[in-house]
Design a binder for this molecule. Structure first.
Ligand code: ATP
Ligand code: LTN
Length: 325
């Protein structure tokens, strides 16, 4: 069985990305044939500074590897280095009803947030469908926010198969049951997100030890004294419990039992210790990898392998549609 997923190089990765996406991929790499890529073509659907974008792409790959994504168990590549993603996307765009794209919730959100955006923001999910369908992925690990896009990919695949014959495998989203949504430390009713303006609420994977501690100790909590899990009335404490549970492997009741009777300050200190213990070794490996030639070798191999697979699929649809000679 094959899985495929991508992350956008749209900013520095957060603890939310680590817990919600990267850690899951590390787990899946032993169960599936796994493809991971940097979705740089998706990142330019909103404005990007070229220098920053290039740094973010490289940094993202180094963070994957430093976090335990094994180069021998995964095919790792950069989306724009494989021309068939954009080529396939054009064919599929012409086979996707315009109205279906306007209904995507991410488009509705982002089109309100950004001004003067390009047409690519609307066609974004078709490019994502191409990413998935080019490789006959069985499963697509993502957060719940991307489920609608995977469903669109399924619809596109079914429609194309009906019209042109069996070309595409129908993919399924793989959304972790135990994958907690990590929230912003300042406003715990909001998702911790790399594009948030206030960095105090966000733990970046490359934050220094003292910065991590300061952010967690300053996390918004409630005026009670009890460590109890209730995301509705105690979103701040519940978020810290989620972080502790995700990183320690304990269940939520086990975390509550462990810290029963302790005050918020002690608990926050323990959460900070665990986050630091998790991120510092990743940061150390990151520094070694980012300055090595290993990265280029891995990416060259990933590019060459995926070009071969994607080319076949692209040409198959192109020919069936009657394009070219
Ligand atoms: P942006 O701010 O650019 O929208 P983001 O940080 O919200 O970015 P995405 O790039 O959209 O994250 O998400 C990449 C992956 O990380 C997705 O699978 C998503 O579900 C997961 N993820 C992102 N933020 C969190 C979070 N706070 N908690 C759990 N998972 C998350
Ligand atoms: N849209 C996704 C990133 C992404 C992706 C994909 C994920 C692009 N192409 C293919 C899975 C499969 C995001 O913003 N998280």
């Amino acid at each position: 069985m094959r899985i495929l997923t991508g992350l956008q190089p749209s900013g520095e990765l957060t603890l939310g990305n680590y817990i919600g996406a990267i850690k899951q991929m590390v787990k899946y790499q032993d169960e599936y044939e796994s493809f991971i890529f940097v979705a740089d073509l998706h990142a330019i659907t909103v404005s990007q500074d070229p220098k920053e974008l290039r740094n973010n792409i490289k940094s993202l790959i180094a963070i994957y590897l430093a976090s335990g994504i094994d180069k021998d168990k995964n095919t790792i590549f950069i989306q724009s280095e494989n021309i068939y993603h954009a080529n396939m996307s054009w064919l599929l765009e012409c086979l996707t009803p315009y109205g279906e794209l306007g209904r995507m919730t991410q488009f509705k959100d982002k089109s309100l947030k950004h001004q003067n955006f390009g047409a690519g923001l609307l066609t974004y999910p078709v490019l994502m469908a191409s990413d998935i369908l080019l490789y006959d992925a069985d499963f697509v690990p993502t957060g719940i926010d991307q489920k609608q896009h995977v469903e669109l990919a399924r619809n596109i695949a079914e429609r194309v198969n009906k019209k042109y014959g069996d070309i595409f495998k129908i993919p399924e989203p793989l959304i972790p049951k135990d994958g907690a949504k990590i929230c912003d430390l300042v406003d715990p009713t909001k998702k911790m997100s790399k594009s948030t303006e206030n960095p105090k609420g966000v733990i970046y994977m490359l934050d220094k030890e003292n910065v991590i501690r300061k952010k967690i100790m300053g996390a918004t909590t409630d005026s009670e004294m009890e460590i109890r899990y209730d995301p509705e009335t105690k979103p701040g404490i519940s978020n810290l419990i989620n972080i502790y549970a995700s990183l320690s492997g304990l269940t939520i009741p086990e975390v509550i039992e462990k810290f029963k009777g302790q005050n918020y300050g002690t608990f926050k200190g323990e959460v900070a210790d665990l986050v630091i213990k998790t991120l510092i070794p990743i940061q150390e490996r990151y520094q070694e990898i980012i300055n090595s030639h290993e990265l280029d070798k891995i990416l060259d191999e990933g590019r060459d392998k995926t070009l071969e697979i994607a080319k076949k699929k692209y040409l198959d649809l192109r020919n069936r549609m009657g394009l070219g000679r």
